[in-house]
Design a protein. Sequence first.
Lengths: 417, 369
Amino acid sequence: MNQKKVLSGFYVLLLSVMLVAGGVSSASAAAGTINVGALNDMTGATSDVGKDYALGIAEAIHYVNDTGGINGKMIKLHQFDYGYRVPEALTKYKLFQRLGCVAVLGWGTGDTEALSPTVTKDKMPYISASYSGHLTDPKKTPYNLFFATDYSTNARASITAWFDKKWPKHKDFGKRKPRFACSYMFASPYASAPIKAIKDQATILGFDIGADQDVSLFAIDTKSQMLAMKEFKADLIWHGNTTMSVSATIRDAYSLGVGADHIVNLWGLDENLPKLAAKAAEGTMGAAVCAFFGEKVPGMDKVVEYAKKYNPGIPADKRLIRTVQAWGDVLILREAMIRADKAGKLDGESILKLGFETMNNFDIGLGAPPVTFTATDHRVAGIVPVYEVKDGKFVLVEKVDLKGRWPEKWATDWIGW
Amino acid sequence: MSTTFLPCGVYHENYKQDHAWWQTKFIKSKMFLLFITLFFIIPWMSDSYSLSICNQIGYTILGALGVQLLIGFCGQVTLGHAAFLAVGAYVSTLLVLEFPWPAVFIELGLAYPISIFIAAITAGLWSVLFGLPSARVKGFYLILTTMAAQFITVDFIITQYVSQIGGRGQAFSLPLGTIKVGPWAWGVIDSDIKIYYMMIVLTIICVVGVVNLLRSRVGRAWVAIRDNDISAEVMGIDIIKYKLLAFFVAGFIGGIAGAVWISNLAAISPEHFPWFWSLWLVGVILIGGVGSIHGTIFGSIFMVVVMELLQMAVMPLADTYPKLLMDFLFIKEAAFGLAICAFLIFEPNGLAYRWWQAKNYFNLWPFSY
């Protein structure tokens, strides 16, 4: 048999295995189980933070099933990697429908916003890792939910915390306005989602706002952008990308002597940032929506236990806050499903109306603020804890009470963007 | 002359006979069956997921068709075709969302069809702009200039400027019901089946259009340029004109692809048109068969369906071997590269050649010797 025939045979065999396995995975789960879909990025542009989140989703679902599931019914998780490619996300969503999923644990802002009108039409609760402020207004996106404070709220809180705590210590305080600029990937809906809110907050606080700098999510060299920041003499830079890109940017700012302080959006702020940016990361601030992995807070023991149990090959010091965030999203979904199931209906509309929207200061633990959803507001909390890197560790700087400080703007102006 | 089967031997006396569509009743029957399958059986048998796969195949065919025309028929290698898809998508989106259409156009559902046409023209002209260097450079140098199309168009112009129009930020929202074709209530494009029908009609129109072009004087000029541009010029072909025409047609079809794809999206951002997609489209024609329209279709089906199956094959195994979730998923990306390598080494003529072999086998059966 020649080489070509052997290869052809192997190829046919491979295709057959795929067809069979594909067919098996298309079949619905057994009766008495609840199908939940999960769409993760383990190989794409945001996989630096997406892999840990994906592991956290699977581990949290194991925990839910081990502790009685949804009133005795087990969850069958259908977890897919879509490589951060929007067309694949759209297709996978249809697959979740075929599989009879009652809810979806989604990922990025691009796919979440692209799917938003569809999930609204289908009445499919879509609990995403995108905490875009655009998804918090139930009038527009009723079925988009998450356990965390949104990017816009976090950015407003971080800027405010810097303005309160650091700017008064600056040598130019009282002499001029603080200078502020943003560094993020313009093309990324995730990174650009809170820009309007950021500029609004900077204006409210009286910043001098400079030109935005376009930094790729894949960036390893950002010197030209940081030189522009240096020329502007920025006092504060907001970074909107994920950890790899943000650490490269902060390192470049440090080596070029930009002299600005840094605040970072959620997906750029994790345990890897001080490791990758080392000294350059000192003093970096940002809002964390829950405790970091392994911190001593209620519920963290289970997160650590299940990480060890189901992924023993990954040392605990390599695990990130992303795992905890995944647990946060799974735990609010579990609570919503339990409430809907107790009320007698476990469909999308019931999970939203009888589940999520009945949560009032519901405490999921994990160092996250208590969660409240109402029929008119899907922002979970108005108080945001802001952290700072000190000696390579994250320490709490301030809990910024946006709702208390700007009650009217919070109630009406700031929702949905 | 229309018989059930062609007789042995070639009896054509002129180009018209040689290049005629559907020369026998047998072929006409096959085409009729294909029509029934595409327009009735597939929509009838498919659920939303299968239809979305079909729509993705249609989008890939439309995208790859222009790449096939440039690389496979005119010999102009391109690695920036996603840029023209993006131009098509953005122009049609902007026209639908921002242009002050007269009420009668909205009522008659003409805004979107007109926007598709304008988007295609714009993408075609934009493609010509980046095809201009083909007058001077070819091969690797042309690849670089076409790559520039991607970075200048998507990463610079669309991201920095076009996306800012309307003040929404980086993404344009296209709420359900925004896109309407025709004056009828069911003309609102709000379901997979409607997208499927629109996609299939436009794909057929584009495929038939390109095949017809290839049968014409223009097509023969492109093939001559592909085979040897110097000889073509010696024969009197204006190679710059025909190269630019190829870029225009490729961009035009790419513009249609982008404009149609927005009907499948609720929001559009530059992230939807990464450079990887340009590379992907080249992979599609390499696997399907360079220089073959069949190849474009087979390549698109292969790439979309195989990737779906690969993904689904991994997930059940991950229940038993959780580590696969982390490690084995890379095979999905690796499979794409591996498939291209394998086809280049073992089947450089692509799936189209296998199709041709299979067809010949059955045509000659049982006396194939």
